[in-house]
Ligand binder design. Structure first.
Ligand SMILES: *Cc1c(COP(=O)(O)O)cnc(C)c1O
Length: 340
């Protein structure tokens, strides 16, 4: 039995999800004729109180399309220095949007209005034009840290006052929502664009949605086409997404419980220097200098537990749909038996 804690992207479709996929009503989605894709887009948009949604193969694509929609060449995007849109999307902001990025040092990846305000450029020709703020919720490199809607509201107010667009990289937004119990419709009121991922904790094999106004999504469809992201009978994938939204949101709490259990055990181990607070399904910790992180990964691998390094002496564990309570007990046993 392999226990894969490398990412919440490694899940396989459940049998219920596969049934839903095989019975999907499909058509040509580039013609707007795929029933399952249309149903998924309508469902996601109305869930968040937004006009429209667009289905894409990946979260990278929905984020990059959003940035393209909300900037012009020579503009500047404001984001945390750990942001996925900056660190893990291959330099796409420069490539796709010809925009620069201002990186801020937030609290475990979370920005506040004062910090953002002090980095908005003055409106003169020397400076790129600040035009977009991107938040991430939950923050991957923040150890799954959460924004509440109460923390986002003042950021949205600032953006409105300063004429900036606001986009949310919500690859793991549902992990935040099951903890805060915030109303998803409030998100629709505050953001110009929202990306959600179906293939992280929700357990679908593929897929992300960009949510926005009618005009935004109309233009976004042009950008998706030019990137080669217009898929035809994509309803087989969309049906997995619908199934995930109906069945796999509430259970995310289980992943969070598992992550907290791992965090607690790690905190007590002699070769661990520090563990980031565990708020959702991500556990990031630092090993003592005497125990090289690469060696730690190999030792766990030998016991059928897969994980990755996440920076110098850092390790990340991610819990998900394909890790059950027995597996967590097994990981805890393995961790307790490690002798350095
Ligand atoms: C996974 C992830 C994405 C999207 O990644 P894809 O692999 O392109 O779907 C975006 N933002 C965050 C924070 C992520 O963790």
């Amino acid at each position: 039995m392999i226990i894969d804690l490398r990412s919440d992207t490694v899940t396989r479709p459940t049998s219920g999800m596969l049934d839903a996929m095989f019975s999907a009503k499909v058509g040509d989605d580039v013609f707007g004729e795929d029933e399952a894709v249309n149903a998924l887009e309508d469902k996601a948009a109305s869930m968040f109180g937004m006009d429209s949604a667009m289905f894409c193969p990946s979260g990278t694509m929905t984020n990059q399309i959003a940035i393209k929609c909300f900037t012009q060449p020579l503009d500047e995007v404001i984001a945390d220095e750990t942001a996925h849109v900056y660190r893990y999307e291959g330099g796409g902001i420069a490539f796709n949007s010809s925009a620069s990025v201002r990186l801020l040092n937030g609290d475990r990846g979370r920005l506040n209005p004062e910090l953002i305000k002090s980095h908005i450029n003055p409106d003169n020709v020397h400076h790129p034009k600040s035009s977009l703020v991107v938040l991430e919720n939950t923050v991957n490199r923040g150890g799954g840290s959460i924004y509440t809607i109460g923390q986002i509201k003042p950021v949205a107010d600032l953006c409105k006052a300063e004429g900036l667009k606001l986009h949310l990289d919500g690859a793991r937004l549902f992990n935040a929502l099951v903890e805060t119990n915030d109303d998803p419709k409030e998100y629709g009121k505050l953001f110009d664009g929202i990306s959600i991922c179906l293939s992280k904790g929700l357990g679908a094999p593929v897929g992300s949605l960009l949510l926005g106004s009618k005009e935004t999504i109309k233009y976004a469809r042009r950008v998706r086409k030019v990137l080669g992201g217009g898929m035809r009978q994509a309803g087989f994938l969309a049906a997995a997404g619908i199934y995930a939204l109906d069945n796999h949101i509430d259970r995310l709490k289980e992943d969070h419980r598992h992550a907290k259990m791992l965090g607690e055990v790690l905190t007590g181990l002699p070769f661990i220097k520090s563990v980031m607070p565990v708020d959702t399904n991500i556990v990031i910790f630092e090993l003592d200098d005497t125990f090289p992180a690469e060696e730690f990964v190999i030792k766990l691998n030998e016991q059928n537990v897969k994980c990755n390094t996440f920076g110098h002496q850092m390790i990340r564990f991610v819990t998900h749909l394909d890790v059950n309570s027995e597996m967590i007990d097994q990981v805890i046993n393995v961790l307790k038996k490690i002798d350095v």
